[in-house]
Ligand binder design. Structure first.
Ligand SMILES: *[C@@H]1O[C@H](CO)[C@@H](O)[C@H](O)[C@H]1NC(C)=O
Ligand SMILES: *[C@@H]1O[C@H](CO)[C@@H](O)[C@H](O)[C@H]1NC(C)=O
Ligand SMILES: [Zn+2]
Length: 312
């Protein structure tokens, strides 16, 4: 009887486990001796067409939304040891409690859980999102989870489309070394294989462009870009890129591998563009040169953040 139960449980669990563990990027699907499922075969919600990510953002068509104010970045400047892992799909940095965002037109506070990157050896095809058809060298995603009970509307909206907030930073190649990024780049050589991890002392602020340049961004509702592609992500794509030296970018493809045998370099870990469909894309009003604004417009988001801060 017990054996039968075990068999039943195994039988039930196996299809799911396979679906999750065997997904891979196109470059892996095409490599010799692999039998993983490339993007065309991803399951879950990945086959939906209405609200998937990434997309091409046509900047001239993005609608101005005055509610898209500045972000407050909480704990982003805290420098401490963080775990960096090769998870077989990307390099992922785990983020501890106390790293949060507020403002930015979001309905609640969000707690950062992890960050990871997407890249290619081709410096014009390593980002997932595109701006006016152009892809960038890399894209960094900081993934945040909505905090429960911070929004009154949340109780009404059960099936929330903004459970997760991802901050996306495009990365541009240049000939100047980015010192803030170097500890992370140095860590790559210690985690060539899937499942390996290491630690490095970094703060999030060191990885990002100056905070003063982060008021220009695009906003739309989409999905995770890995299986099961759940459609519950409020996306923020910043206009200001992170600038890295070309060698810092190429280090990702050179140091990391998809497989234990270190035969297949980890590169082109990028999901193809998805249709935008009927979805609107919004832009913050700060796009373009800064013009003098009426004082209330400037104060309102700040006050909201302050109040939100005190209420917690
Ligand atoms: C693929 O598998 C075959 C048979 O197992 C083996 O002979 C061949 O060397 C493998 N090729 C690569 C590139 O690993
Ligand atoms: C890091 O790797 C070690 C050794 O393989 C493992 O025991 C540990 O659980 C890993 N830590 C994390 C956070 O993944
Ligand atoms: Zn990502």
């Amino acid at each position: 009887m017990r054996l039968l139960l075990v068999l039943l449980v195994l039988g039930a669990a196996r299809p799911l486990a396979c679906a999750e563990s065997h997904w891979c990027y196109e470059i892996q699907a095409q490599a010799a001796n692999t039998s993983c499922m490339g993007p065309d075969s991803w399951g879950g919600e990945c086959k939906n067409l209405e609200q998937q990510s990434p997309i091409n953002i046509v900047t001239s068509k993005a609608q101005l939304d005055h509610k898209l104010g500045r972000f407050s970045f909480l704990g982003y400047d805290r420098k401490n040891e963080k775990v960096v892992e090769n998870n077989g799909h990307t390099v992922m940095v785990s983020l501890a409690a106390g790293t949060e965002i507020a403002g930015g037109g979001l309905a609640a506070r969000y707690r950062a859980t992890q960050l990871h990157l997407h890249w290619s050896q081709g410096l014009d095809r390593g980002s997932e999102h595109a701006l006016d058809g152009d892809r960038f060298a890399m894209e960094m995603h900081i993934v945040h989870q909505k905090e429960k009970g911070t929004s009154r509307a949340e109780e009404a909206a059960q099936d929330s489309k903004d459970e997760i907030a991802v901050l996306a930073f495009l990365v541009e190649a240049g000939d100047q070394k980015n010192a803030g990024f170097q500890p992370l780049v140095d860590a790559l050589s210690r985690i060539p294989r899937p499942g390996w991890n290491t630690t490095t002392s970094i703060s999030l602020s060191e990885l990002l462009p100056e905070e003063g340049r982060l008021s220009h961004y695009f906003r739309y509702l989409g999905s995770l870009t890995t299986p099961g592609c759940e459609e519950k992500v409020v996306w923020t794509v910043f206009k200001e890129p992170i600038r890295l030296h070309t060698d810092q970018i190429l280090a990702f493809s050179r140091q990391l591998y998809y497989d234990q045998d270190q035969k297949l370099s980890m590169t082109d870990n990028v999901r193809p563009l998805q249709p935008r469909g009927q979805r609107p894309v919004f832009r913050s009003q700060a796009a373009g040169p800064l013009l003098p604004l009426p004082l209330p417009t400037l104060l309102a988001p700040t006050l909201t953040c302050l109040v939100a801060g005190f209420l917690r």
